[in-house]
Ligand binder design. Structure first.
Ligand SMILES: NC(=O)c1ccc[n+]([C@@H]2O[C@H](COP(=O)([O-])OP(=O)(O)OC[C@H]3O[C@@H](n4cnc5c(N)ncnc54)[C@H](O)[C@@H]3O)[C@@H](O)[C@H]2O)c1
Ligand SMILES: O=P(O)(O)OC[C@@H](O)[C@@H](O)[C@H](O)[C@H](O)CO
Length: 498
């Protein structure tokens, strides 16, 4: 069977592809991952299909490891299939689209000059990225003629080239739209870019141009993009379509992009005009807190606990007689009251989130969500716990249970191959993926339980007091040590799962 490429397209699609390949590159995309392909690229496709957008996207991967995917996408002439499945206004929908938005697909490490040429082109207007939360970080790097390794470093270098090419012209600044799930992601990116500019002794005039004539927009993205489906489902689709697609991506119908900028930005990106659920807003915070604390908080509540109980997917957990009810109750009775917004509206949002989690067409693996759970816990659940702890109130049981589940999940040991693994409540091993220093630290806490024969309560207090992990000392919050210890003991006895 053939693989999706220009050759598998019909005549009209082939003509559209030719037009795309000749379109100006108005957007540079740093990131070949599932999320951008199931969200931003699909939105640009929608604008183009309605004749609202004439530009095209050049896409590169942010780090050397992404080369295989970029090469595959290039072999497919930049084409991939997006299947959107789920409930829309209560009715099932299943849409298949061939996304055609990429006019250039290349590896920036072997084609650095090509990336530079795009960065200094007068056509370029926007840079979008998604490099995970780990991508927007400062790591000291030597200034060379390129390639620059990190994403913010690349951006600092490329903006400097652009600044020089246009002699700092105010109207040649770019709009930067990072999609990483970091609070105020635009501000974070700008800060790191300016730090590289400082390190590399770029002139003050450049830093002023970056700060004043480039727009680093803060935004909040919301869509569950589950990437390549299970093998059997993919194979069934390929048989039906008559071609294979290694870049196939799946997503839910729901989407929201809240962007802190004035609605006039539509002149650049006509997203609302295209009928997309995009909100230009002057205050992102309510969107951010609502989504991260409710949707992502529920995900991070259920992943460690679910894995410990042998549950594999989000929907399966929601259907679990004990855990499903408990996660709903925790969100509605503990997380919602901890947020400073209209409770009715928040409950409505939570209900829509549970509907999305119950989407029968997508299987969202808890093991995928569980990656980097410590930083996720800190961003998603800890703020709710803190709002009780710091006001001297008892941390309610569902939130204490989330912490108990997390700590028990990270009861890990280093394996011969350098990876870390834990053991589920049923005695089955599972792999734990997180930052190397975090894993070492957590394994260290737990190893003391056996080597020094310490009580579980002592290990839990040591863990809660470890501000290196949480950025705060949680052991000072009323009775939290006791309730977390009690929940771990109860879990070990199978107490909540009968
Ligand atoms: N998938 C979703 O449902 C979803 C929804 C909203 C937000 N997000 C955000 O998108 C991010 C990526 O999700 P995805 O589904 O596209 O995953 P993915 O694995 O398909 O893509 C990850 C991307 O990040 C890059 N990357 C990974 N680690 C990096 C690092 N240390 N430095 C630079 N680049 C790095 C990879 O090269 C790749 O481009 C998530 O971390 C999350 O913040 C995902
Ligand atoms: O993508 P991650 O790994 O940062 O987080 C896993 C999920 O919580 C996340 O992808 C949500 O599905 C998404 O944020 C929904 O918009």
């Amino acid at each position: 069977m053939k693989t999706l490429s220009e050759r598998t397209l019909g005549l009209a699609e082939r003509e559209a592809l030719e037009a795309l390949q000749n379109a100006p590159v108005t957007i540079l995309q740093i990131g070949e991952g599932n999320f951008l392909r199931g969200f931003v690229d699909w939105m640009i496709q929608s604008c183009r299909a309605q004749g609202l957008y004439a530009g095209s996207i050049a896409v590169t991967q942010p780090r050397p490891e992404g080369k295989a995917k970029i090469d595959q996408l290039a072999r497919q002439d930049g084409l991939y299939t997006l299947v959107t499945q789920g409930l829309e206004n209560g009715a099932p929908v299943s849409r298949k689209e061939t996304i055609q938005v990429f006019s250039h697909v290349f590896d920036p490490y072997s084609e650095w000059a090509r990336l530079r040429d795009i960065a200094v082109s007068a056509d370029l207007q926007v840079v979008v990225s998604n490099t995970t939360e780990a991508g927007i970080v400062y790591r000291p790097e030597e200034l060379t003629d390129g390639p620059i390794l990190s994403y913010p470093g690349k951006l600092a270098f490329l903006l400097h080239e652009r600044f020089q090419a246009f002699q700092g012209a105010p109207d040649k600044g770019l709009v930067l739209l990072p999609c990483e799930l970091l609070e105020r992601n635009g501000d974070a990116l700008k800060q790191v870019v300016l730090r590289y500019a400082e390190d590399w002794n770029f002139p003050e005039a450049f830093k002023t141009w970056v700060a004043e004539h480039n727009r680093f927009l803060n935004s909040l993205v919301d869509r569950i993009v589950t990437g390549y489906p299970e093998e059997a489902r993919a194979e069934a689709w390929f048989a039906e379509w008559g071609y294979r697609d290694a870049m196939l991506c799946t997503a839910e119908p729901y989407h929201l992009w809240a962007i802190e900028a004035e609605p006039e930005m539509e002149a650049l990106l006509p997203l609302r005009k295209a009928g997309l659920n995009v909100h230009w807003t002057d205050d992102l915070k309510p969107y951010q807190q609502r989504k991260v604390r409710i949707l992502n908080g529920a995900h991070t509540w259920m992943s460690p606990i679910g894995i410990l109980h042998g549950v594999e997917h989000v929907r399966e957990l929601l259907e679990h007689p004990v855990l499903g009810a408990e996660v709903r109750r925790t969100v509605l009775e503990e997380i919602v009251p901890s947020l400073p917004y209209d409770a009715e509206e928040l409950r409505g949002y939570a209900a829509s989130v549970f509907d999305r989690f119950g989407n029968p067409y997508i299987r969202h693996r808890l093991a995928d969500i569980a990656m980097n759970s410590i930083s996720k816990f800190n961003a998603r659940l800890l703020p709710s716990i803190r709002s009780y702890g710091e006001s001297g109130k008892l941390v309610p049981i569902g939130l204490a249970l989330s912490l108990a589940g997390l700590l028990r999940y990270y009861k890990i040991e280093k394996q011969a191959d350098g990876t870390y693994a834990g053991t589920s409540l049923e005695g089955l091993p599972y792999a734990v993926r997180d930052d190397a220093r975090v894993l070492e630290r957590l394994a260290g806490h737990w190893v003391r339980q056996s080597s020094e024969q310490r009580e579980l309560g002592d290990v839990v207090s040591g863990l809660l007091a470890d501000a290196e992990l949480w950025g705060t000392d949680m052991s000072v919050w009323q009775d939290l040590n006791q309730s977390v210890t009690r929940e771990i003991e109860r879990m070990e006895r199978g107490g909540r799962d009968v």
